[in-house]
Design a protein around this ligand. Structure first.
Ligand code: PMP
Length: 316
């Protein structure tokens, strides 16, 4: 991925030039994957740039940090403001925001111990992650990380080895993306996406447990329910997928991406299905500020913040 560089990156409270945003090679998290991170999208709306579910992403960052008892030295509200300020500073209308908290330079050894905790936030323009779809997915020979191997529902850097391997395998076989099963053989998720199927009008998605609790997933469950669809969170077998009418991925990067094929099986006639299309349209209407019913999900970058928003939130 070639970066479309922006002017500034936020590092531990200071704005530095993009090319100067560097860390020491002996940073703990570089060696052991002990960082935690977020991926957030900012959309252009008729009321200026709006960051989608910013608070929920920052909350998840703090939840992930708890895995390592990592103390992030900033309040949630400060981090939200920093993300919004960065979009403004960089003159962006839309794009991707990547906060990462990591153990920095101090000492090596598996236990992060007393290493300093650094927090950086970068933002840059980023288009569609999986193209416009529909896409082809390959069931991976790697299973999704076992919930007893690690705290699987945290967004921890090291977990992405599993995602990288599955994605590389799929790409090598000329698929757009992988689909990983869990340790019981049920469908889990993609390397960076949650998974849904539609069968006879019923929307189904794997339950929380062996997957990342996606913020897009939660949003889609709500939107689909509000549109009048029944949504079921229950284990899915590969047979369920093969016999589904429609399938799609959700994620901050992937947004709502229709899936037209799993391994050799063509799904939904090889094109985006009506339910997926309806949900996808609703999602874009919401994130692009056209559906005001979900305005509370949007953080308008140019809007003055109400006083209550600036109150410090106690950190975990
Ligand atoms: N699963 C995995 C493994 C992911 O990395 C992501 C991306 N954060 C998702 C699902 C989707 O989560 P979200 O909708 O919060 O981006």
């Amino acid at each position: 991925m070639g970066f479309q560089k922006t002017e500034k990156i936020w590092m531990d409270g200071a704005l530095v030039n993009w090319d100067d945003a560097k860390v020491h090679v002996l940073s703990h998290s570089l060696h052991y994957g002990s960082g935690v991170f977020e991926g957030i999208r900012c959309y252009e709306t008729d009321r200026g740039p709006a960051i989608f579910r910013l608070r929920e992403h920052v909350d998840r960052l703090f939840k992930s940090a708890r895995v390592f008892d990592m103390k992030i030295g900033f309040q949630r509200e400060e981090i939200c403001q920093a993300c919004a300020d960065l979009i403004r500073t960089n003159g962006m209308r839309s794009g991707y925001i990547r906060p990462i908290a990591f153990f920095g330079y101090g000492m090596l050894g598996v236990n992060p111990g007393t290493n300093p905790v650094n927090l950086t936030i970068a933002a840059w323009p980023w288009g569609k992650y999986l193209g416009s779809g529909p896409i082809k997915v390959k069931v991976s020979r790697f299973i999704r990380i076992h919930p007893r191997t690690t705290v699987a529902n945290a967004k921890v850097c090291g977990h992405y080895v599993n995602s990288i391997l599955a994605n590389m395998e799929a790409k090598e076989a000329d698929y757009h993306e992988a689909l990983l099963l869990d340790y019981n053989g049920y469908v889990a998720e993609g390397p960076g996406e949650n998974f849904f199927i539609v069968k006879d009008g019923l929307v189904r998605t794997p339950p929380l447990g062996a997957i990342l609790p996606g913020i897009t997933r939660a949003s889609i469950i709500q939107l689909a329910t509000d549109l009048g669809y029944e949504v079921e969170e229950a284990p899915l077998t590969l047979q369920d997928v093969v016999s589904a009418d429609e399938a799609f991925f959700t994620g901050t990067a992937a947004e709502v991406t229709a899936i037209q094929q799993m391994d050799e099986f063509v799904l939904g006639g090889g094109k985006i299905g009506p339910v997926t299309a309806r949900i996808q349209q609703e999602f874009f209407d919401v994130v692009q500020g056209r559906n005001r019913r979900y305005d509370e999900w949007l953080w308008f970058v140019e809007a003055p913040r109400p006083k209550s928003d600036r109150a410090a939130t106690p950190e975990s």
